[in-house]
Design a protein. Structure first.
Length: 224
């Protein structure tokens, strides 16, 4: 037997012993590979030019002709019950707390996913909040984190922070605030933009609330 073959054999045997004795490290290695693939997928998804952190997709609803670069591409939650934390005070910002509450109630009424309120932000799957930014043209955002399974190619959403931008929405009617909240929460549940029919997920404006077509789209995403 050649020396190089013996070396290879020794390496293989050592590797097998390592795997047998360190199953947790193998899991860590798999997680690392998943993470690398996820970051690559995220880079591919965020080519819209927004300056977003790695592993985040930002989807903003525009107040002008700008469309946001949403590309959830079928990313959905791996579960049907989601914990939601309201990070907006009913006392200090009643209009926004109300808009998020209505969006929460209306998506719950669709009976596709079950949304439950939690008091602990750290336990939440989805955080609903506000921001006040004039350095963006957009009235809302859903910052979505997901994991990509490199074997199945399936994307699982792991956390979303959805924000309403007071800078623009302060001038909106209560209905338009609610429509915007429903739009961003729609992204948080896995919905992408729709532009060919009446939909809460139209990329521009806040003209529509949740439509039957939007509920059917959500059902289709979660039918399996
Ligand atoms: Zn959007």
């Amino acid at each position: 037997m050649k020396f190089s073959r013996i070396v290879k054999l020794v390496i293989v045997v050592v590797a097998i012993i390592f795997v047998v004795q360190n199953p947790d490290k193998v899991a860590t290695g798999k997680a690392w590979v998943t993470n690398q693939v996820q970051q690559l997928a995220t880079l591919l998804n965020t080519q819209g030019g927004q300056n977003t952190p790695t592993s985040n997709i930002s989807s903003r609803q525009s107040t002008t002709s700008h469309t946001d670069a949403t590309a959830l591409n079928g990313a959905i939650w791996p579960k049907r019950t989601l914990k939601v934390y309201f990070d907006v005070s009913l006392n200090s910002k009643p209009a926004y707390a109300t808009a998020w509450q209505r969006a929460f109630d209306n998506w719950n009424a669709a009976k596709v996913l079950t949304l439950t309120k939690v008091d602990n932000k750290n336990q939440a799957d989805i955080v609903l909040t506000t921001e006040n930014r004039d350095d963006t043209m957009q009235a809302g955002v859903a910052e979505t984190q997901f994991l990509l399974n490199p074997i199945t190619g399936k994307k699982s959403i792991t956390h979303v922070t959805a924000k309403l931008n007071e800078h623009y929405l302060d001038d909106y009617s209560a209905v338009r605030k609610m429509n915007t909240a429903e739009h961003e929460l729609g992204h948080a549940l896995g919905l992408d933009h729709v532009s060919d029919h009446a939909s809460v997920m139209q990329p521009q404006g806040s003209e529509y609330g949740i439509q039957t077509a939007d509920i059917n789209q959500l059902k289709a995403l979660y039918q399996n």
